[in-house]
Design a binder for this molecule. Sequence first.
Ligand SMILES: [Zn+2]
Ligand SMILES: [Zn+2]
Length: 275
Amino acid sequence: MIEVTLLGTGSPLPDPHRAGPATLVRAGSATFLVDAGRGVVMRAAGAGSGPNQLTAVLLTHLHSDHVTDLGDLVTTRWITTFEPSPLIVVGPPGTKAVTAAVLESLAPDVGYRTTHHADLDGPPPVHVQEVSTGVVWDADDVIVRVGATDHRPVEPTLAFRIEHDGAAVVVAGDTVPCASLDALCAGADALVITAIRRDLLEPVPLPRLQDILDYHSSVEDAARTATRAGVGTLVLTHYVPAPVPGAEDEWRAVAAAHFAGRIELGDDLHAVRIG
Ligand SMILES: [Zn+2]
Ligand SMILES: [Zn+2]
């Protein structure tokens, strides 16, 4: 069994009830965090987890809404672990530079804390692995594979397939439908994917909103991807616009027109068990 918890179901648009994109995946003794959006550490606490419990952070891409609280993860891991315990960050090429810049921004804080706390004798240990394809994790009965997605002009972007105990869950970030995502999803039990309501956004005469239409999956796109791959469960997140209370059934109906399996969406901390 793999448990997926939507820590943050929001988007770049500030929302008092939705944190930024982040999804927690518990597989056996491993806990993976996919993306690190606004409020991720607070929401992880709400899910009974935290930076000191993470096996690895998996980043789908380096758009700010997906990495904005990486610094909080780094610092909170550092000050809540009591043995050397590097934060492992797995992401696309470019992740090393972004992480180095985050660490640089923390330099004054690192100085304050290492001076003040005798048992903190160095900067936060962070191990970054830049990946593009193939198996990126194989330990503790968990395999994580990675595949490319298509969020152009944002490149490169990734989806992760987490396999454990006979179950497989793909967590995709922002992407339009593409062959490599189809291949990664083939035969998986669940697809977690960010989705926008094209039908609700298209009539809004705001150029910056119209710009996002061509590099995200609509709910219909996400549903068709799930159908092509034969997954049993489609989990939608990163809603644009955020569903108003009571609108979840309408979102489900839009997806159900193109996908016959289980459809999950909800508020932050909505959890789904797979397998
Ligand atoms: Zn993005
Ligand atoms: Zn995004």
